[in-house]
Design a protein around this ligand. Structure first.
Ligand code: AKG
Ligand code: FE2
Length: 790
């Protein structure tokens, strides 16, 4: 070691002087430069025996990023020049892998594992002991640390591929879902977000198998894990990394792997015997392209064959299928970049970028050099867009990958975008990722500086073709499947208040059923005039039409300020914003409203009084439906001084409504909410795990039971989970009145509604505390009810 340091002249003068003088004394025995060439042939020769019958490994080249190709070429040239390496004349070929060194340079490693496994060379147990004994983490902190260390150690591999992390510890999931993280966790998470991984949590029995598997995961095609490939052994790290299966057409071991993804495009070779009439159509590369419908097994695929091909089975053997490559299109006029292929200038105009983005979307088939190049250009176009516009148009990202739309707030996501688009492992060079990361960080910083106030004003001041990335809402991929239309219960107010006891009795029963089974119903024949309702919506629109400056007078500072207007739900804590502006007024027991626009306040007052009246009658019916005296809830909740909040929601039209959320899944505080909306629908309620769009009857009120009715009834009537989606066509306005008890009322389960068999299921808490809790956090489907559930 001293020799090396001495020779490179970088030695530190703080060497012990005795060493310093010794080195000088023997200076003449050191050569200035290491000798060129290999060592001369000596008398003693070393060799390592192969096992009998071993086959010489001949590995085919595999794809790596261009940067790495250059680096390997550089190192090989240098070693050749120095004579440390010479051309190999025997057929044995192994892979070369670059491993990052601490100082940022690369170490070239030969993957001799393919040779070692056929020889008597083995790993020194002592050297790998530390990794074998790597302790299993016990909590989120340790697990996250382990993950970050593993990612750091193996980053070289992980950059360029999607992979699955098997974890048996749910605490990581928990940690990731936390709004507030300590600085260290935040930094770690930021780091690990850069990688395109998928975490799989397993528990219980299943995990025993998963555990065993995950500790000996193998590369899907080389049958070696990444670690093993380089180091010749499989580390027993607490978090093992498994390569995400890809459908690259060539495996690392050189065998042609044929795998097609459902939805992917293929050419089909139509055999004469099977398609006698089609033979004239035969194309040298096969007919098509056709879409793959289903993978039946490794050898058989079902193909979406047009009916013009006759009524034959559309199942084909892999040997008759070949991947359809969009590069095929390159030779025709349909170059998706719209110009001379390779010399495309990086997206400098919006128009051209659109082409680039289309290109990203249109990419199918295996990655080729040409595609990688275009992909890079497209991504650079996207980066430029981020820089210039403060947001990225994500429209081309196809849905259906399973995760829905990914926000671009971390560059891991942008990476995923590309991976998802191609359905292939994609090599995005690190320098590109770095620049994306920088851009997005700066963008986030800027975003932090100018807190949003009015979405309407943003939308109108900006001719938005898509949505800012901080509005992109990660939807549950199942959601689309669950959307159903059902018959929502209808309650006739005139029957509920009828002087005919039979009619009233029937209406009360229907009301009880609706509250128990749905937590939601439409109220008809309620007597509130259409004129008043229309006026309210119109004046509401006028309020939002006020200038931003005028509206800011009502911005409010605290959660319980009597008049507050703003955007989203709680911008102080939200990472993703909702496509909604709002005005909230406390209208009872003290009436508060903005003084602009003129006349607005009077309408609000009249409307909220009507709302109280309806609520009073509904609570009577509800009390009776529970077998209680009709004024039970009214008295117990002291509704004469009940707290009533009126909320006007304004959802501006959205160029990409499917990417955003108006208001995410939540439940309402209070006992009952009365809601009405303008001509644009968008309310959805959740029933038995299904989202049901609500199409209200004309002039009806939508009524939903709130958290406090659930508490009071000890869970007999559940607070309904609902959300609001937005549309492209026009601004949606909804007006909701939440009706609850006075703020200082302690709400807990009614003693009449629990006993020893069904004990109280909720802790009592004042309405005020509950409101504070709900409104100061992110709006969440697991409402704060969960926090007070016993
Ligand atoms: O706009 C809607 O339809 C729903 C509004 C809502 O749920 C709320 O304001 O709590
Ligand atoms: Fe709501």
């Amino acid at each position: 070691m001293y020799k090396d340091i001495y020779l490179t002249n970088n030695h530190n003068s703080s060497f012990p002087s005795v060493v310093e003088s010794l080195l000088q004394e023997v200076d003449d025995i050191f050569l200035r430069e290491p000798p060129k060439g290999l060592l001369p042939i000596r008398g003693i020769k070393h060799h390592i025996d192969f096992f009998l019958g071993a086959v010489i490994p001949i590995r085919l080249a595999y794809k790596i990023v261009p940067e790495e190709v250059k680096e390997i070429q550089r190192q090989v040239e240098e070693l050749m020049q120095k004579g440390f390496m010479r051309e190999n004349l025997n057929p044995c070929r192994v892979h070369v892998i670059l491993v990052p060194k601490k100082d940022g340079t690369w170490r070239m490693c030969m993957d001799y594992s393919v040779i070692n496994k056929d020889t008597r060379v083995s790993v020194d147990e002592e050297k790998v002991k530390e990794i074998r004994d790597w302790p299993t983490p016990t909590n989120a902190n340790e697990e996250l640390y382990a993950l970050v260390s593993a990612l750091q150690t193996w980053q070289h591999y992980l950059w360029s591929m999607e992979f699955i992390i098997h974890s048996d510890n749910l605490s990581l999931k928990f940690l990731k879902s936390q709004g507030k993280l300590n600085k260290r966790h935040g930094k770690w998470l930021e780091y690990d977000e850069m990688f395109p991984y998928v975490i799989k949590y397993k528990n219980g029995k299943e995990n025993i198998v998963a555990d065993v598997l995950s500790r000996r995961v193998v590369h899907t095609s080389t049958s070696f894990s990444s670690f093993e490939t380089v180091y010749g052994f499989d580390p027993l790290s607490p978090l093992d990394v498994l390569l995400f299966p890809t459908n690259d057409s060539l495996n690392l071991d050189g065998k042609q792997k044929v795998a097609f993804d459902p939805g992917g495009w293929v050419r089909v070779h139509l055999r004469k015997e099977r398609f006698p009439n089609q033979s004239s159509k035969l194309h040298p590369r096969g007919d098509g392209p056709f879409q793959v419908i289903e993978r039946i097994n490794d050898n058989a695929y079902k193909i979406d064959l047009p009916s013009s091909y006759g009524h034959v089975s559309a199942t084909f053997n892999v040997t008759d299928l070949s991947l359809f490559d969009t590069d095929d299109l390159q030779d025709s006029r349909t170059n998706p970049l719209g110009e001379g292929g390779n010399d495309v200038n990086l997206g400098t105009t919006i128009n051209k970028r659109d082409h680039l983005r289309d290109y990203l979307q249109g990419m199918k088939g295996p990655m080729t050099r040409n595609k990688t190049k275009h992909m890079e250009q497209s991504l650079e176009g996207l980066i430029k867009e981020v820089q210039e516009k403060d947001y990225v148009d994500l429209s081309p990202i196809p849905t259906g990958y399973g995760k829905g739309h990914v926000p671009l707030d971390n560059f891991g996501a942008l990476r995923q975008v590309a991976v998802y688009n191609t359905n292939h492992v994609l090599y995005i060079p690190n320098y590109l990722l770095h620049s994306i990361s920088q851009t997005l960080k700066e963008q986030n910083h800027l975003r932090g500086l100018k807190k949003m106030f009015s979405l309407k004003d943003l939308v109108e001041s900006n001719c938005m073709r898509s949505v800012p990335s901080n509005y992109i809402f990660l939807k549950n991929p199942e959601d689309a499947l669950l959307l159903e239309t059902e018959n929502i219960p209808i309650i006739d107010y005139s029957q509920l208040t009828s002087s005919n006891p039979n009619e009233r009795f029937k209406a009360i029963q229907q009301l009880g059923d609706a509250c128990r089974d749905w937590g939601f119903f439409m109220l008809i024949n309620h007597g509130v005039s259409e004129t008043l309702r229309d006026e309210l919506v119109r004046e509401g629109q006028r309020f939002f039409d006020l200038s931003e400056k005028e509206k800011k007078e009502y911005a409010g500072e605290k959660i319980l300020d009597p008049v507050r207007c703003g955007t989203s739900f709680n911008v102080m804590v939200e990472k993703t914003l909702f496509w909604r502006d709002y005005l909230k007024c406390h209208v009872h027991p003290h009436f508060n409203a903005p003084s602009k626009p003129p006349g607005f306040s009077e309408i609000l007052k009249e409307y909220s009084a009507k709302g109280r009246e309806l609520t009073g009658e509904l609570l009577k019916g509800i009390s009776q439906s529970l077998g209680l005296e009709e004024n039970y809830i009214h008295k117990r909740m002291n509704m004469d001084s009940g707290f009533q909040v009126l909320v006007i929601n304004f959802y501006p039209p959205c160029p990409k409504p499917e990417l955003v959320m108006g208001l995410p899944a939540h439940t309402d505080h209070g006992l009952l909410t009365l809601l009405m909306q303008n001509e644009f629908g968008g309310l959805q309620i959740e029933l038995n795990g299904k989202w049901i769009p609500v199409h209200p009857l004309p002039n009806s009120f939508l009524v939903n039971t709130g958290d406090h009715l659930e508490i009071l009834t000890n869970g007999k009537y559940k607070s309904v989970v609902h959300r609001a989606v937005v549309n492209k066509k026009g601004a949606r306005i909804s007006v909701g009145i939440a009706n609850g008890p006075p703020l200082d009322t302690i709400v807990g389960p009614a003693p009449e509604l629990y006993d020893e068999v069904t004990p109280p299921a909720y802790r009592a808490i004042t309405y005020r505390d509950y409101l504070q809790l709900q409104q100061s956090n992110e709006l969440d489907r697991n409402s704060c009810l969960d926090r007070i559930r016993i």
